[in-house]
Every structure is written in C-alpha cells, then in structure tokens.
Design a protein around this ligand. Structure first.
Ligand code: ZN
Ligand code: ZN
Length: 216
C-alpha cells in the first residue's frame, strides 16, 4: 500500500540530451498508448523546457501526426532504456513531481495509524486513550478504524477525550456526530454535563457552575 519512494531518489539519471537531472514523477495509472500500466509507480522525466527533445518535438509531431503535442525524454527506474512520452502541453507532468518530504510525512502518518489500530485492541483493558484518539483525530485515517475507535471510548471511560474532540475540526460529519453522541453518553455515565456557558464539565445535578458561577 505504501511505496518506498526514497530508493527512487538515490540515483536519479540525467537527460542524455540536455544533461539536466530528470524529475521523479508519479506515473499515470494508464499508459496513454496501449491502455497498460507502466509497471512502475515512478517515471523519470526530463521537464526542462529548453531540452532539444521537447523543443523539436512540437515540429516532429506536427509533421508526423498533424496535432499540437511534443515529447519529453523519459526513463523507467532500474532501466537505462531511453523512452519518450507524448505531452500535450508544457505543464504536463509538472504537477506529478514527487516531493520526497511530503511522501515521507505521509508514510510516518500511515505507520502511526497502523500502530494505533494494532494497539486499539488492548486499549480498553489498559484504559489507554492514546490509540483511539490518534485514530479519531487523524483526518487521513480510514473511516472504519476511526469509527471503531469512537465505539471504544465508552469502555475506556476517560473524560480526557471530551476536550480534544470538541476542539477538533472534523471533515466527516458522520464521524463528528458519532463523537458527539459518545461524548454525551460518556458524560452521562460519569454523572457529568457541560456547562452551556463556559463549556467546563460540572456534576450533572449541579444547579450552579463551579467554574463560571452561572445558574444552570
Ligand atoms: Zn532533457
Ligand atoms: Zn460554567
């Protein structure tokens, strides 16, 4: 599921035509030519607009096929075979350049999600809120895991989850709704309620908020 992109950055080849280092690009899912995949997650492409392959390509394709496109020099990882890729504009593939830092950050996030899912099983017994909150507050985590984490909050029974949930901006409203429902159940089970004025937790039977002193 996670590609180790780092290895693709170790030996980036240069373009034999313009000597510029090739760009590491995400490979398009579909091979435009024959409908097959490239067999690689990454393509090395010369994105230098001054490269002779690109400059001369416009005329070549115009003459040969009669439409406005050009070529970019291209190599597949692990192969020194020269290829070209047809592109319809100067910007093609410039949006697919892989940013290693971003990719690494995604990998770290994914590893954390995986670990939290593993730890979730034992978290009710250990009354550990950590794994469940990791999943609930991670917007990029899988919905199934997040919902499972929410369903375990009652059993973990730690009111420490209330504040982070309240302060979190949920993109998925169904997750937000479930969180709010569980929060209410959790408060009720602990004989607490939220003061509607200062949002601090008070005893459910309290008539006056001990925090803001307002009448409830
Ligand atoms: Zn080049
Ligand atoms: Zn209050």
């Amino acid at each position: 599921m996670i590609t180790d992109y780092k290895r693709y950055f170790e030996n980036i080849p240069t373009c034999p035509h313009c000597k510029t280092e090739l760009s590491c690009c995400e490979s398009p899912a579909i091979h435009v030519g024959d409908g097959l995949g490239w067999g690689s997650d990454v393509l090395y492409i010369c994105l230098n607009d001054e490269c002779s392959v690109f400059i001369n390509g416009w005329k070549q394709i115009e003459i040969q096929y009669g439409h406005s496109s050009s070529y970019r020099y291209m190599q597949l990882p692990g192969s020194s075979e020269s290829n070209v890729m047809m592109v319809g504009s100067e910007d093609a593939f410039k949006g697919s350049i892989i940013d290693l830092e971003v990719v690494e950050a995604q990998n770290i996030r994914y590893q954390k999600e995986k670990k939290a899912l593993e730890d979730l099983e034992s978290s009710t017994k250990e009354k550990d809120l950590g794994p469940a909150m990791q999943l609930i507050l991670d917007e990029a985590a899988g919905v199934k895991g997040r919902k499972k984490a929410i369903s375990m909050l009652l059993e973990i029974n730690d009111l420490g989850c209330i504040d982070p949930i309240r302060n979190h901006k949920f993109r998925d409203t169904s997750i937000e709704t479930e969180c709010n429902m569980i929060s209410l159940q959790l408060l009720k089970a602990n004989f607490k309620k939220e003061c509607p004025f200062c949002l601090e937790l008070v005893k459910s039977k309290a008539r006056v908020c001990i925090h803001c002193k307002k009448e409830l």
